[in-house]
Design a protein around this ligand. Structure first.
Ligand code: SAH
Length: 213
């Protein structure tokens, strides 16, 4: 699938109109071809601002939500970032353009393998993938400068809070699945954690254990 310059211009215009204004985030989103992360008939809709179905009954997030979450993370070029919920790999690819290294985890091996193939195709070399229950984070690689969850938890998982560096930022949707959730930002201070609520969102739930595919 090839897209013309007008389609990409329109895409960037839509992102800006929905509040994605950080120039570095917009540049990253211009660089990463979302069509590679979407299969079959949905690929032609890759530049529409909507979530789309991917394998294993999951979804690739809406681009403007990807942009807003990435912007809220305030990533620095030297940061080590952890993402829970690889899905298609699109969000991880955006993070990889802004950070030094990205670790991404999904509970479905099939999704992780699909994402790895796209990272190779796009010559992205600073993402490390894992098939695991991401609620426990990655103790071996901790602490992280930034952590992003792209599946909704009822509360921020304790191991992830513990694996956030002091001064670090975690962004995640919280709330019951199937209800409206809130996107929140957690900042770790040396005295504790500070929480702020960003907006209403809707994500698939964070589930326990490994997936069957
Ligand atoms: N960030 C993705 C979209 C994620 S959809 C993208 O850019 O395409 C949410 C993902 O979270 C799904 O792929 C789901 O399998 C995964 N997930 C849910 N619970 C999980 C858990 N406990 N550990 C790891 N991944 C999980």
């Amino acid at each position: 699938m090839t897209f013309d310059a007008d389609t990409k211009m329109q895409f960037l215009y839509t992102l800006r109109s929905k509040g994605v204004t950080d120039a570095r985030v917009l540049t990253a989103m211009e660089q990463v071809d979302r069509a590679d992360f979407v299969r079959g008939i949905f690929a032609e809709r890759a530049y529409e601002d909507m979530p789309l179905p991917i394998a294993c009954g999951q979804t690739i997030s809406q681009p403007s939500v990807v942009g807003l979450m990435t912007q809220a993370l305030q990533i620095n070029p030297r940061d080590k970032v952890l993402e829970i919920g690889t899905g298609s790999g699109y969000q991880a690819a955006i993070l990889s353009k802004l950070a030094r290294r990205v670790y991404t985890i999904d509970r479905y091996r099939r999704l992780v393998e699909g994402a790895r193939a796209v990272f190779a195709k796009q010559q992205i070399a600073n993402i490390t993938t894992f098939t695991a229950d991401g609620s426990f984070g990655l103790a071996d690689q901790a602490p992280f400068d930034r952590i992003l969850l792209t599946a909704a938890a009822e509360d921020p998982p304790g191991p992830l809070l513990a694996q956030l560096r002091i001064g670090g930022i975690m962004v995640l949707p919280v709330g019951q699945s199937d209800a409206v959730q809130s996107l929140i930002r957690v900042t770790r201070l040396d005295t504790g954690y500070e929480y702020d609520e960003l907006r209403a969102v809707r994500f698939v739930p964070l589930l326990e254990g490994l997936g069957q595919e």
